[in-house]
Design a protein around this ligand. Sequence first.
Ligand SMILES: [Zn+2]
Length: 463
Amino acid sequence: MGNVGRHYYQWRYGGASPQSPPRWQLPAMPEWVPAGQEIDIPDLDATYRLHISEANVDTGAVTALAEIDIARFNEPQPGKLYLQVVPAAYGYFTLDALRVAGQPVDPEWIDGGFILGVPLPAGLATPFTVAVDFRLSIDQEASGWGGTSLDSGVLRLGYWFPIISDQHVFSDTLDPSQSRAANYQVTVDAASDVIVAHTGVETGQSSLGGGRVRHEMAATDVRDFALVLSRRFAVQSTTLSDGTTALYYSHPASPGGAASAAFAAAEETVSAMSGLLGPYPYPTLSIVDVGPRMPGGLEFPGLIYINGAYAPFDRLIVHEVAHQWLYAVIGNRTLVDGWIDEGGAEFFERGVPTGFTEVPSPPAEGYQFWLDADATELRAAQGRQWYYSIYEQGARFYYQMAWQMGWDAFWDAWRDVYRRYSFGIVTPVEMLSVFQSHSPVDLRPLYAEYFRYPWIRDLLPNP
Ligand SMILES: [Zn+2]
């Protein structure tokens, strides 16, 4: 069961601890898939074995091997896999070797290596392994937002390894990564004074001699595996009321008192969202101050990046913790349907601390984009219109749904989304179908105010 927490099983199985938990196999809703609502990230069962043999927190040099064991495809096996390599977009990535089932392969190099097209030979049978030897030369990423960056002795390793994805654009407004849930086994060899914050749980630690230590970690059903390394981290921990272990990683420049404020906001959010949607499924929640140049925060499964000096700090924590439900557990095509996760996190950021009364007002110039704008369209955003149009307009949309259908039906719909799409990916047609199916009023006129989807008229109201 890996890192799927006991309170999750308490809820899911009523206290039983099955040896082989059933997979989430609920009917897709709706059964039809309109154009543009396909999920191109291949549906497969994979275990990532990631080995970092060098991670230097002074120079940013990382040497690693990613072995992706593909057990089976849950759909016809594609002729090509697309590996997403976010560090290539920052110019940090060097590919040393790529092998499919032991055979060297020359990948198709797309967008400077941000996407690697890996051909799969016809007749290649599962299980097989895609192995990538690579190095990273990580520097201080210019915008401050970089998932992968070296900032004041803090080495951020988010989106740091080749991961199975689809062909998509890089974005500096929406999160640049989209992937499916998988299992992870990770080892990091580093100097013995380096503290390692990570997704999942630590399963072992051993001395390598010469002042070096191997950290062994694992995670189940996570769609990414983030690490943050620093020899300047101090770690505080607490237990949230649902049993989750919350950890706060601070560095010498972090403001005092931030840990207790972060724990209070995390408790409020985990408690609220567990009740409203469904339980927080991971045993740990790591809150990591990744350095003074981070303008806000970033979400990874079971781990969030924050800047301890950000104000209002509690809102930042609520937003990033809310992403554990909207992005980590309930996945979406983040570069295509940013309204689901970013609009949702903004809705909960404003709603959880205020009893769902704080509604963002439109900016004076109005919204530049429809709520369904994707990362490519958002490249034309002026000023902070990417934020207004997707985050704030998304929050308004969720509020308007709640007002029209009533709060009880609204929360029933959210629990249904959680039940159907946990550890999967939900598309807009599925989201809007679930809310429509729980609504006593026809939501299609509201949908048409926010979205250009041509299939809205086909979402018939609940009889
Ligand atoms: Zn967000």
